[in-house]
Design a protein around this ligand. Sequence first.
Ligand code: DAK
Length: 256
Amino acid sequence: MKFSHLNLFIQDRIATLKLNRPKALNALNKEMIMELHQAIEFLDENNEVRVVILTGEGEKSFVAGADITEFKDFNKEEGRALSATGHTSLFNRISNATKPYIAAINGFALGGGLELAMACHVRIASTNAKMGLPESSLGVIPGYGGTQRLVQLIGKGKALEMMFSAKMIDSDTAEKYGLINKVCDPEALMVESLKMANSFIKNSGDAQAAIIRVVNSTLEGGRGFDSEIKEFGERFGSAEFAEGTKAFIEKRKPNF
Ligand code: DAK
C-alpha cells in the first residue's frame, strides 16, 4: 500500500508502520488519521501479519500531538465530531485490533501522540522519549481517549497530575508509573520491539485476539469515553481555547 505520511514494511509476519511527517514532528493531521485507519483495516485482514509495531520517523518524535494548526479554528460541533470520528476510526480501532500493537516510542509522544501510544496494547520507549498530555496548556482536554486510558494505565492520582500540570515525563518515570513496558537506548528500540513481537508470535494468534476482546470488554467504551467526546467539543467554544492555541502558534506562553 502507498501512503503520503506513512511507511509500511512487512517482514517475517511483523508489520512496521512508521509515521512520516518529521518536519512537523509527526503531528497527526486529518490525512494521517485517514491513512492510519486504512493501514489498520488492511493489517487486520492480512493473515500473514501477526504483530504490528507503530513508530515515528526520525529520532526526535513519535507524534508531537494532533496538528494544532488544523484544529485551532474549530467550533464546538466540529471539535466534538472530529473527536468522535478519531475515536472510532483510529484510536478504538487500534485498541480493538485483532492482533497485538506495540508502540515503539522514539521521541516526543504528546497529546494525541501519547493517546495513540496508549491505544496500542504495549509500549517500549527509547531513553530520549518524552511523554505528556499537554492539552490543558492549550485550553482543551485530551480528546482521543487519553482521559480514560491514562487513568487505566497509571492510576487516577498520577494521571490527574500529568493532565493538570501538562508537563512531560521521561522514559524512566514512565516505566516507573507503568505507562510503558520497557525502556531502551534509541539504537536498540527497533531490536527490542522486534524481540517483543517475536515473543508474541510464538503463541496463539486466536488466543491473543480473544484476550484483546475480553480485556477490552471492561476497559473500552462506556460513559467515560462518551463524556470525554462531549467535554472535548465544549472546550472549542471557550476563550481559553482560543488563547491557548493562539499562544502556541505565536510561540509564546498562554495567558489564562
Ligand atoms: N501541531 C502542529 N505543528 C507542530 C506540533 C503540533 N502538535 N508540534 C510541533 N509542531 C511543529 C512546530 O510548529 C515546528 O514547526 P515550524 O515552526 O518549524 O514550522 C516544528 O514542528 C518543530 O517543532 P519545534 O520547533 O517546536 O521543536 P522543539 O524541539 O523546539 O519543541 C516540542 C518540540 C514537541 C516540545 C514542541 O514542538 C511542542 O510543544 N509541540 C506541541 C506539543 C503539543 O502541545 N501538542 C498538542 C497536544 S494537544 C482533536 C482531538 C485531539 C486533539 C486535538 C484535536 N480533535 C478531535 C479536533 C489532541 C490535541 C493534542 O494533541
